[in-house]
Design a binder for this molecule. Structure first.
Ligand code: GUN
Length: 282
């Protein structure tokens, strides 16, 4: 039976450290880290995520701003707001919630954010530096995933890691980070033939496909570490990409949904924002 990787508990520990660093920064330098979150349109799940991010900011003593724009916003208007936030000294981190409406170019919008304020790590410069192994902001969900794997105490070097999903937000950067930890890393995706073949060899599975219950216990290797970054509502219940009940019988460690990767994503956003503030003022 797998041990549970409790993202809520680990997040709480990391957030306690963040609160201390924020208090010290306020006391010694009179600086308050600031995060601006921008959301365009009415996607219900995105609005829930954004309010969770704003709430988390307040809980650690950050200045937090939510900019809610209607679906009809033009890309130029959004770029103008980003210009304004890039030049606002109260704001150290800027996040544009994805997905954006179809009439907008996500890569172009993300790369309009100042790379120094790009706490999501989606700017082409940060993505490029991440790939090159240079210093960069690391996208929050993949960063949280690596932190969770580290908390198992496993030496990742030489382990077979399989990432399921190739999104720019999770799959692709997660694979780069696992490679950086010297895992033998494979990315499976919707066109992969016989995914089970790869999963059966995986010591570490990162599921980020957005397909509820795609990965079942019989598909994974005995003793694997299973990290589930999927979250979808199914019959009114939040479920991940991994069928939890069957997978927990086979895995050595497993993240629950909710309460695994989700809280870590928000905590890594707080960490990146604090880092952006420290870099600017140290
Ligand atoms: N949509 C889903 N996950 C994320 C994320 O980590 N950052 C942003 N900006 N949008 C998202």
């Amino acid at each position: 039976m797998a041990k549970i990787l409790d993202g809520r508990k680990i997040s709480k520990e990391i957030r306690a450290d963040i609160i201390e660093r924020v208090d010290r920064m306020k006391e010694e330098k009179g600086i308050v880290p600031g995060l601006a979150v921008v959301i365009v349109g009415d996607d219900e799940a995105s609005h829930v995520y954004v309010s969770m991010k704003a709430k988390a900011c307040k809980s650690v003593g950050f200045h937090s701003e939510e900019h809610k724009l209607p679906e009809s916003t033009t890309q130029e208007e959004l770029l103008n707001l980003i210009d304004h936030l890039n030049n606002d000294d109260k704001i150290n981190g800027i996040l544009v919630q994805l997905p954006l409406p179809k009439h907008m170019d996500e890569n172009l919008v993300n790369s309009h954010i100042s790379p120094q304020k790009d706490v999501d790590g989606f700017h082409a410069v940060n993505m490029g530096n991440l790939t090159l192994g240079e210093e960069s902001y690391v996208p929050c969900t993949p960063k949280g995933i690596i932190e969770l794997i580290k908390r198992t105490g496993t030496d990742m070097a030489g382990k077979n890691a399989v990432v399921v999903g190739r999104s720019n937000i999770v799959g692709k950067p997660a694979a780069i980070l696992l490679l950086k930890e010297s895992c033998t890393t494979t990315i499976c995706h919707s066109k992969t033939k016989n995914m089970e073949l790869f999963l059966k060899e995986a010591d570490i599975v990162v599921a980020a496909a957005g397909v509820p219950n795609l990965i079942k216990g019989h598909m994974i290797k005995e003793g694997a570490i299973v990290i589930d970054a999927g979250t979808r509502k199914l019959d009114g219940k939040l479920v991940g990409d991994v069928e939890f009940d069957s997978a927990k019988e086979v895995a050595s460690w497993i993240t629950p949904v909710p309460g695994g990767v989700g809280p870590m994503t928000i905590t890594m956003l707080l960490e990146n924002t604090l880092e952006a503030t420290e870099k600017l003022w140290n």
